[in-house]
Design a protein around this ligand. Structure first.
Ligand code: FE2
Length: 470
């Protein structure tokens, strides 16, 4: 965006404006985060359920097998078989805490712990029923500080209930498995979030990079610096937009170059006209023939000494050619009068800076020369005309032309006075140092003249009074 030419809307902005990348990130990341959390929660729930179901099915199956296997032993009183069954069942997997076989009176007939034999079975409390699977009831409970799931299956033999098997499986292994899976899911979710963050940046960059390039291209076009076509990196809508922008920029640049050429041609044409006009004015009076050209030469030389840029020197040259263009409107009987002018005639003569400004005002491309033309007869101390400006109020180019104009007038003859030598003119210029002319410019001008070959008078045959140029 062009910082130098903000639009009215931009003027109200304060502080940094969030870019598209930040907006996309702020919009997409919460969505991705929510999605990842939901997926992780769903996967956790599914795996938890699967682990729990596996435990339940295993517990129910083992309990039923023990119940089926112990019916005959109860009836036959084969306690040894029951003990072996309880012990082998307990040892079959590491997470079975106990196996208890009891009769219908709730007396423990077999247990993996011998000391429990003959005791009344006491169910662990508190217990929470988890449901009945076939005829096996499952409870969530605790014993000895361990979380357990107890499975109780009635024992039938020949259709008659003869006892109950209670079998408890520790939940530790299940909890460990759940913890391990949850940890894996959390790591996977974090990795996925990281990838999503990176992906969001990549997507945002994919969109914002062409937009930034387009913005930069618009800046190049608007600021007039050399435009470089934006590379087309995709075939999608952004690529099409970039292609169209490049075409539009080429058209604008082509039109701009054509208009610039036309404007330059027009200006050169107008300047040529004014050159002719200035030469014609100089030629109206044989004593001022070539005056504007000499003033332009002296002014440009002084500009160079002062370190002006090429552009400023060109400006100074054209302004010098135009400086007396207003004299086109000065009547011949005053302009060509071979004697001193009376007060009324001086008044008419002194209108030429304003007349010159009026002429230049007709061409917008020459407006920049108006201040110089208008103020080339102002004095450093404010005693000049038309406005009585002084010091820095007078444009520097006007001050330079003022010295060059006066010097050229002195070294050329007039009907009413004889031309001065370069040396004499320098002395005269120095006499007006600090009054008519800026002290610094006077010193620089004199130094310049002293380094140049003497510029003797064009015509020195006419006697007359010395004075400054009008
Ligand atoms: Fe003048």
């Amino acid at each position: 965006m062009n910082q130098e030419n903000p639009s009215p809307g931009e003027g109200r902005r304060r502080g940094p404006v969030p870019g598209i990348r930040l907006k996309l990130t702020v919009f997409l990341l919460p969505l991705v985060f929510l999605l990842v959390i939901l997926i992780a929660a769903a996967v956790t729930k599914i795996t938890d359920d699967a682990i729990r179901n596996d435990l339940m099915q295993r517990g129910v199956a083992i309990s039923r097998v023990v119940a089926l296997s112990s019916g005959y032993s109860i009836l036959s009183g084969d306690r040894l078989a029951m003990d072996r069954l309880a012990a082998e069942t307990k040892n079959s997997t590491g997470d079975i805490e106990y196996v208890s076989i009891r009769d219908t009176e709730n007396v423990v007939l077999a247990h993996n712990l011998i000391e429990e034999h003959g005791k009344a079975y006491v169910a662990p409390e508190p217990r929470k029923a988890l449901g009945t699977f076939l005829e096996t009831q499952a409870y969530e409970t605790m014993r000895g500080g361990k979380e357990l799931i107890e499975f109780s299956t009635p024992i039938f033999f020949s259709g008659k209930r003869v006892g109950t098997v209670s079998l408890a499986i520790s939940r530790d292994s299940v909890l460990a498995a759940q913890k391990s899976i949850r940890k894996s899911i959390a790591i996977a979710a974090a990795v996925f979030l990281g990838i999503a963050l990176l992906g969001t940046f990549v997507i945002a960059s994919f969109i914002t990079t062409p937009v930034k390039q387009l913005s930069s291209g618009v800046n190049e076009l608007s600021t007039g610096v050399q435009f470089t076509p934006i590379p087309i990196r995709s075939r999608d809508e952004l690529g099409e937009l970039t292609r169209n922008f490049n075409r539009m920029a080429e058209t604008i640049l082509s039109q701009k170059n054509r208009l610039t050429r036309y404007a330059k041609d027009l200006e050169e044409s107008y300047i040529a006209t004014v050159r002719v006009l200035a030469a014609s004015i100089d030629a109206r009076d044989p004593y001022t023939l070539g005056h504007s050209t000499r003033v332009a030469f002296l002014a440009c030389e002084l500009g160079r000494k002062l370190g002006f840029s090429t552009e400023e020197i060109e400006h100074l040259e054209k302004a010098s050619l135009f400086h007396d263009v207003g004299k086109i409107r000065t009547p011949d009987d005053i302009l060509l009068k071979g004697q001193r002018l009376n007060l009324q005639e001086v008044e008419v003569m002194r209108r030429h800076p304003d007349e010159g400004a009026d002429i230049l005002r007709m061409a917008p491309s020459l407006h920049r020369y108006i201040p110089v033309v208008r103020y080339h007869h102002e004095w450093y101390n404010g005693n000049g005309y038309p406005e009585g400006k002084k010091n820095a109020e007078i444009p520097i180019h006007a001050q330079i032309i003022s010295i060059a104009d006066a010097f050229d007038a002195m070294i050329t003859s007039r009907p009413y006075r004889r031309a001065l030598t370069t040396k004499g003119a320098i002395e005269e210029i120095m006499r007006f140092r600090g009054t008519q002319f800026s002290p610094e410019l006077t010193d620089a001008f004199v130094r310049m003249l002293q380094e140049m070959p003497p510029m003797e008078a064009v015509s020195a045959d006419t006697a007359g009074r010395r004075g400054m140029a009008l």
